[in-house]
Design a protein around this ligand. Structure first.
Ligand SMILES: [Zn+2]
Length: 992
């Protein structure tokens, strides 16, 4: 049986790009794939649970369904879930039904005629209510499951999901069969939270909870009567593991041991190991050795139970060894105690105890002696409280206590590990272990993770944490239960010392000594310090985020993760490999917007999937460190560190925008954002557009607004969207993506580094140029302005111009449809008309200069604008059309009436048409468009637009001429797609 991942793969492959990326929700950005594959996956999971737990009648019914439909229950649910919204995308007509069958045939059980019918009927019941063709079993065991899955996918947050699960009738039905629902709700993401998210899900799975749907704020799970809650301590342990992996308790303790091995403490240990009897001080040894012998004698007497003998010996001790020589002088001069050393580590006493318990006997002794005999300057030695009366009997009693503590440490180091661990835990209660993260982790978990399937954290100590609060964390506001860490360390770790205090803490006294305030008064909690360390290291902003918000099936999220992580890892490195990335974008545009594995769809050897594989392999190969991709399993987001700083500049956005849409099309949906902080990625799904950046991208907004206009119109007219409107409206996501791809292709494909122009600046200028042309399809298909032209006046082909022309035309077509529905006017497809001009002109004369190729248009447009003022639009059009035709005839040196071309009419019948007619039509259309734009645009913009129009016409002409020549020199058939379908069409028309 195919696993869920394989089923989802099959769905992705069976849909074409426009179907895949259809927008299916009016209120949020969910693509058809994102929504339907999610409903399918959730239904599948619920089905497996139901089947597992079913007994009695339920078991029989499920069996009966499987036998009758000849397909496994969970697969029936998957297919029905997938199909529940088919009508929305494919319509209810015969053609739609045909397409649905085609898609189902690609999937397991899909060739089953009976099943296809059942699924179609189910799709209808999921939308409306009862349909008599369905039998009782299907109504009880399939429809409700699909509806629960669909409901989960229609909500916007865990907050919305919880009450819905409690009140739904369908859920009640599932509960009768033993299904239980649970949730885990989280707060805005932090690196820590993202990093533990997968571990939390694993814990839940371990306890029998199946993750169903991920919202931006958490997870909904399902279980059966056997599922058990996760213990708090297990969760706690996971966080400890993560934190210690960053702060490195181990590394620090190893370093301390290394230092201690160079101290007199080690000599003492070796003496104790060699001789179990007290050593007498001998002549001829140096003073230090003499004292060591004394220490040894005292310790062995004590260990042998001769307390008084030990005290007597101590009286005879003339000198003592400087504690620094023994252990405390670990760092150059002065005494540094155990607690001081540990201050640098943000750690837990458990981690320390654990390390000591696991260490060798020698290492244990050293660490224990250091901990017990030299806890800190003023503190008494530890672990020998009962001996205090003895110490009082002798002078310099504290020194005796210190020696006896070393004896206790020696004794303890020989005990079994668990005893050592317990004892160390006890001792550490008396030593301030730097900053302990324990209470902070407890507070963090109790505040940020709320769940009905994870046990609540134990009660805080009597009086609560707050009662003990020293002050509050200056970053997150958590009450500090100890001194916390100095803010200045945070600032240092962010490498932002200068001005850091002013930026982050604006509430300071203006004339205060900032340095001393930073050191003394400002404290932060260790978890914020953890975040700072991480941000400074591998995860620095800005972040490129792919989010599946507001909700996605957990299994689809896993599938997405697998597909995008390698791409995400290399996306910020587009800079290093502009050519390869451009090639990839071009390949995807050829397969019209989707990552295709099918090289038949695109030119040979240009399968985007293969290109991507190759690119990722090469970029990873070059001494790449571990991936810098963070995967948030409790918030369905992929976070990629793009590195550059908190201030996200326009040019950063301009560059990241060239690769951001790649993530979305590889994943088949979702939102993509460029954000400065993780908090900005919390709910990317709430945005107005599927692409979000700190600096709005005007052309993305233009597309979205236009398509939203269709919906607005329906709202104004107080009605639902009609089928035809819906069909256009749901192309908005695809159109946004296509437009962004074209922009990306132009930047990555055309940048040459000539003139020392930095790639980011180039991207920024291209974006600005795109904004400056008020008619988007023309802006997208326009050749670069001279400053950005890689050819620098040389007569070379403009790379990828074919993909640019074709895709811009598709954008124009889609936007035209949207405009017609939103505003009720049918716009002239300017870009398409320019293409017609270029093609016809090239057929008449393929050797024209830029000046000559533009001349008829330029002359006619100029006159059109002049005459329109004086004579009115209709007369102006009539006069200038004649002038235009004369100019064309003159330029090309042909009689337009005699030159004819074979074309097909509306009914597909072939006929001959003269170039006069063709050019006449072209100019009339163009004239209409120009006159309309003139009224809509301010004059200064309009002038620029005409220039772009002329450049664009010439570039198309030139491209067309070159393509035709290529074809003549290479008679081999052009692979479908690479020659542009329009072009192909026309070629066929002429040759037949
Ligand atoms: Zn904090």
């Amino acid at each position: 049986m195919a696993g869920l991942g394989a089923l989802i793969d099959a769905v992705y492959d069976s849909l074409n790009a426009e179907e895949l990326l259809s927008k299916v929700k009016e209120g949020s950005w969910q693509t058809f794939f994102h929504h339907s594959a999610s409903v399918a996956a959730i239904a599948y999971r619920l089905g497996k649970l139901l089947k597992k737990g079913a007994n009695g009648v339920a078991k029989l019914s499920i069996k009966e369904i499987e036998e009758r439909v000849k397909c496994e229950y969970e697969n029936i649910l998957f297919l029905s879930g997938l199909a529940h919204d088919f009508a929305k995308v494919f319509g209810v007509g015969e053609e739609g039904r045909k397409r649905i069958r085609e898609i189902l045939e690609e999937l397991p059980c899909g060739r089953n005629e009976g099943l296809a019918e059942v699924i179609e009927n189910l799709a209808r019941t999921a939308e409306a209510s009862y349909t008599p063709e369905l039998d009782e079993n299907l109504l009880s065991f399939v429809s409700p499951v699909i509806r629960v899955a669909d409901t989960l996918m229609s909500l916007r947050s865990v907050d919305e999901a919880i009450p819905r699960l409690e009140s739904s009738n369908e859920v009640r039905k599932l509960k009768e069969f033993g299904i239980r629902f649970g949730f885990v709700k989280t707060s805005p993401p932090s690196i820590l939270q993202i990093k533990i998210s997968r571990r939390v899900v694993e814990l839940l799975k371990d306890r029998g909870w199946i993750p169903l749907a991920v919202y931006y704020d958490g997870l909904v799970v399902a279980g059966d009567p056997g599922s058990r809650p996760v213990r708090f301590s297990e969760l706690y342990e996971k966080v400890v593991q993560e934190i210690s992996s960053v702060f490195g308790t181990e590394a620090l303790l190893k370093e301390i041991v290394g230092g201690l091995k160079k101290r007199a403490l080690l000599n003492l240990y070796q003496l104790l190991e060699q001789a179990k009897e007290p050593l007498k001080s001998e002549e001829g040894v140096d003073d230090r050795t003499k004292v060591l012998y004394y220490y040894h004698a005292i310790i062995t007497e004590y260990l042998n139970g001769n307390l008084n003998q030990a005290a007597e010996l101590f009286k005879g001790l003339k000198k003592t060894i400087d504690p620094r020589t023994m252990a405390t002088g670990l760092r150059g001069k002065g005494s540094i105690y155990f607690a001081d050393e540990l201050r640098k580590a943000v750690t837990t006493s458990e981690s320390i105890a654990d390390f000591i318990a696991r260490a060798s006997e020698e290492e244990r002794f050293l660490l224990l002696a250091y901990l017990m005999a030299y806890p800190s300057e003023d503190a008494e030695p530890l672990g020998v409280e009962g001996l205090r009366p003895l110490a009082n009997k002798v002078p310099r009693g504290r020194e005796l206590l210190r020696i006896l503590s070393i004896a206790e440490a020696y004794k303890l180091s020989k005990r079994p590990s668990d005893e050592v661990k317990a004892k160390v835990g006890e001792l550490l209660k008396h030593v301030r272990v730097g900053v302990s993260v324990e209470p902070y982790i407890r507070m963090y978990l109790s505040q940020t993770i709320k769940s009905n399937v994870i046990e609540a954290p134990p009660e805080p100590p009597t009086g609560g944490w707050d009662a003990k609060a020293f002050t509050y964390c200056r970053i997150c506001g958590t009450p500090l239960v100890d001194e916390g860490l100095r803010f200045i360390d945070y600032a240092r770790d962010l490498e932002a010392l200068g001005g850091a205090s002013e930026i982050w803490l604006p509430d300071d006294v203006p004339l205060g000594d900032l340095e001393s305030i930073a050191k003394e008064a400002r404290r932060i909690c260790p978890l914020c310090y953890y975040e700072a360390r991480q941000l400074k290291g591998r995860y620095s902003p800005p972040f490129l985020v792919l989010a599946f918000h507001p909700v996605v099936a957990y299994d689809l999220w896993l599938w997405v993760e697998g597909r995008v992580s390698s791409l995400a890892e290399v996306a910020p490195r587009a800079k290093e490999r502009t050519r390869d990335f451009a090639e990839l974008l071009a390949g995807i545009l050829e397969s019209s917007g989707k990552l295709s594995r099918n090289s038949k769809e695109v030119g040979e050897g240009r399968s985007p999937e293969k290109l991507l594989e190759k690119l990722v392999g090469e970029l990873r190969g070059k001494g790449r460190k571990a991936p810098i991709v963070l995967l948030d399993s409790l918030g369905a987001r992929v976070v990629v560190s793009a590195g550059g700083g908190y201030a996200v500049k326009r040019k950063n956005v301009a560059l990241l925008l060239t690769v951001a849409p790649l993530l979305v099309s590889v994943a088949g949906g979702g939102q993509v954002g460029i954000v400065a902080t993780l908090a900005d990625s919390y709910n990317l799904g709430s945005g107005q557009t599927p692409i979000q950046t700190p600096h709005p991208v005007a052309f993305v907004n233009t597309v979205v607004e236009l398509f939203e206009g269709i919906r607005m119109r329906a709202i104004r007219e107080r009605r639902d969207l009609r089928a035809r409107e819906y069909a256009v409206y749901n192309r908005s996501y695809f159109t946004v993506l296509l437009a962004t791809y074209i922009y990306g292709l132009k930047v990555l494909g055309w940048w040459s580094g000539a003139g020392g122009v930095d790639l980011e600046d180039y991207a920024h200028e291209m974006l600005t140029f795109t904004y400056s042309i008020p008619y988007l399809p023309l802006a997208l298909s326009a050749p670069p302005p001279p400053r950005l032209d890689p050819r620098r006046g040389a007569d070379q082909p403009l790379q990828y111009f074919g993909q640019v022309i074709l895709s811009s035309r598709r954008v124009e077509e889609l936007m035209g449809q949207a405009r017609e529905l939103a505003k009720g006017e049918r716009p002239t497809p300017v870009d398409r008309v320019l293409w017609d001009y270029a093609v016809n002109l090239a057929e008449l004369d393929s050797g024209l200069s830029r000046y000559a190729a533009q001349k008829p248009l330029r002359r006619a447009i100029e006159l059109l604008l002049q005459y329109a003022e004086v004579l009115g639009e209709e007369s102006a059009k009539n006069i200038t059309t004649d002038i235009f035709l004369q100019q064309v005839a003159l330029t090309a040196g042909v009689d337009l009436d005699k030159a004819v071309k074979k074309v097909k009419d509306n009914e597909g019948k072939e006929k001959e048409e003269s170039y006069r007619v063709l050019m006449y039509r072209t100019f009339r259309n163009l004239a209409d468009a120009i006159l309309t734009l003139r009224k809509e645009l301010p004059p200064q913009h309009f002038r620029g637009l005409v220039e772009v129009l002329l450049d664009s016409a010439y570039e198309k002409y030139r491209w067309r001429v070159r393509e035709e020549r290529k074809k003549q020199t290479q008679p081999a058939p052009v692979p479908p797609g690479s020659g542009l379908d329009v072009h192909e069409e026309e070629r066929k028309k002429r040759s037949s």
